[in-house]
Each structure stands twice: as structure tokens, then as C-alpha cells.
Design a protein around this ligand. Structure first.
Ligand code: SAM
Length: 300
């Protein structure tokens, strides 16, 4: 999926308000890790593409790293670099640190816990590469956050944003149960959830998401934009099926009020592991998605 989507029933303890778009990131640890592992081919190709522009970085900062799968891939792809994984969810950072230990890169891997973007002030050095994958859109004022990200990039260094792309596809248009076109209707559920999530963020500011223009407006020089395809054809692996099931389960919850009874019944069948028509068992499940990366350089 181009964007994550969640609902949590609890309260947002940081801000004292409860919204149906509040996200419990710690609860999502396993899902974020499995998803990032599944997306590894995308990240590896994105890194090879970044390496054409970013040569021998000394410090790579992953802003909103989550469980550190990507931060550890950076450590592998750039063996001369020190990596700092930054996130507000400490259990995810502990997962990141454990992963770095398992992968033998802990000696050049640090974690930094705190709220973006302010926590970046605690970095000792400016970043040669600051990577922010699907984290900026969880911050209320994206332009202000981008300006703060840019301020932590070294002169000549690169800011890389993974934002947007295309909503993923998991099934044929007509997969034999319910009304064809379910995924297109789920795109609407996702888009509406995303808009509510943004509006509910503390200090939410509406901004036109022209990433090139935004990067330029914070004093960077937009250099390149490219999308990377995640193409996992049928028959899907168990890990891909788990990702599809988790994604559809969240959309079912987000669309509980807006989808019609037939679509909800179809989703229930797709999500029931005992049903041969479920995504756990059917032969036609695949994952096809696109993820867009924008890069910009801080002038010398
Ligand atoms: C959708 S996940 C992305 C994880 C990873 N970068 C990826 O692309 O798979 C968003 C991450 O941003 C973190 N995050 C959300 N709001 C944050 C904030 N205000 N400050 C710091 N991190 C935040 C969450 O804890 C979560 O790990």
C-alpha cells in the first residue's frame, strides 16, 4: 500500500484526544517488520538508485525508522556509513537495535528516541543522507517538518523522501465473489481515512503535496523522483498473504461504516482462513504496488 492505515480504540495519550485515526505504533511492530521485509526488493533498488547521487555518506539518518529493517539495509548498502534510526516509538527502536546486532552492524548503528522533527536537534552531526519513508505524513505541519529535516542535512547532502505512489493491488478485478471492483472502492476508504488521519494530527496544516515544490521551498534543490515497483506475482508466499490479509483487515475496519453490506461480506470471506476463497488460501492473490522516492540536495 502506498500509505499505511490504521485505527486504534484507545486514546492518544500524548495529546489527550481520541480519534478513530490514532495509531498505536508499538502494537504494529510485527506488521511493520513483516511489511518492510516483504518490501525489501523495493528498498534495495531505491538504495542502488540513491547511491548514484550519494557517494560514501558518513552519516545516514532514518527519520521515522520504525523497526529498523530499512536502516539495517542502509548499513549493508553503505558499509562506510554510521546509521542513526530515529523514531518516537521506543519498542520499535529496540527492535531496530536487536536487528542491527543480529546483522553484525551494531558498532555503527545508533538509535535516537523522540518526537520528530524536534528530536533531530539532538543529532551530533548533520546527515549526509536523511531518509524519511512514510513518516513525514504523520507529522501535523509537513512543510515545517521538512524545513527541520533540511536543516539537519549537511551542505551537499541529500534528503530522500518516500511518499506516495500507487495503492497496491492484491486480486483480479473480478475474483469470483461479490461485486467486481472491490479494490477501487477500498481506495476510496483508504483516501478518506488518510484525509481524516491528517486532519486529526496535532497542529495539522493542510499543504499541497507537491513534494518537488515543498523541497525547493525549504531551501533544497530537488534532484530526482522515481517510483519503484513491488511486484510479487501469484502464487503468493505466506508472508505476502499475511501482508494482504493485514491490509484488507485494516481497510475493512476503516470502511465498516461506508462500505455496503455486500462488500463487507466479501471482505469477511476473504479474511476467513477457514474459507477456501480467503486470501490465505486462494491461488490468485498477488501484491503489486508502487512507491515514490523524491531526492533533494542541500546547496554547498
Ligand atoms: C508508517 S511507519 C514507517 C516506518 C518505516 N519508515 C517504513 O517506511 O516502513 C511511520 C513511523 O513513524 C513513526 N512516527 C510517527 N509519528 C512520529 C513522530 N511524531 N515522531 C517520531 N516518529 C514518528 C512511527 O513510530 C512509525 O515507526
Amino acid at each position: 500500500m502506498a500509505h499505511d492505515h490504521h485505527r486504534e480504540h484507545g486514546r492518544d495519550h500524548r495529546h489527550g484526544h481520541a480519534h478513530d485515526t490514532d495509531i498505536d505504533w508499538a502494537e504494529m511492530a510485527a506488521h511493520l517488520e513483516t511489511q518492510a521485509e516483504l518490501f525489501t526488493p523495493v528498498y534495495e533498488r531505491a538504495m542502488a538508485w540513491l547511491a548514484k547521487e550519494v557517494t560514501e555518506p558518513g552519516l545516514i539518518v532514518d527519520a521515522g525508522s520504525g523497526p529498523g529493517v530499512v536502516a539495517c539495509l542502509f548499513a549493508e548498502a553503505f558499509p562506510g556509513a554510521r546509521i542513526v534510526a530515529v523514531d518516537s516509538t521506543e519498542p520499535l527502536l529496540e527492535q531496530a537495535r536487536d536487528r542491527a546486532v543480529r546483522q553484525g552492524v551494531a558498532d555503527r548503528f545508533d538509535i535516537l528516541a523522540g518526537e520528530l522533527p524536534g528530536v533531530l536537534d539532538e543529532l551530533e552531526y548533520p546527515a549526509d543522507l536523511l531518509w524519511a519513508s512514510r513518516s513525514l505524513h504523520h507529522l501535523g505541519d509537513q512543510r515545517a517538518a521538512l524545513a527541520a529535516f533540511a536543516a539537519r542535512v549537511a551542505p551537499g547532502g541529500t534528503l530522500a523522501l518516500l511518499e506516495g505512489g500507487l495503492p497496491s493491488r492484491f486480486l483480479p478485478r473480478d475474483f469470483g465473489i461479490g461485486r467486481p471492483g472491490l479494490q477501487e472502492r477500498l481506495d476510496v476508504v483508504q483516501a478518506e481515512w488518510f484525509a481524516r488521519m491528517r486532519a486529526d494530527l496535532p497542529g495539522s496544516v493542510a499543504v499541497t503535496e507537491d513534494w518537488s515544490a515543498l523541497l525547493t521551498s525549504v531551501g533544497l534543490k530537488h534532484t530526482r523522483t522515481r517510483s519503484f515497483l513491488l511486484d510479487l506475482p501469484a502464487p503468493a508466499t505466506d508472508r505476502a498473504r499475511d501482508h494482504v490479509a493485514a491490509s484488507l483487515a485494516r481497510l475493512r475496519e476503516a470502511g465498516a461504516e461506508s462500505l455496503d453490506a455486500e462488500d463487507l461480506a466479501t471482505l469477511d470471506r476473504l479474511l476467513d482462513p477457514a474459507d477456501p476463497a480467503s486470501v490465505h488460501r486462494r491461488p490468485d492473490v498477488f501484491v503489486l504496488g508502487a512507491y515514490t522516492v523524491h531526492t533533494a540536495v542541500r546547496p554547498l
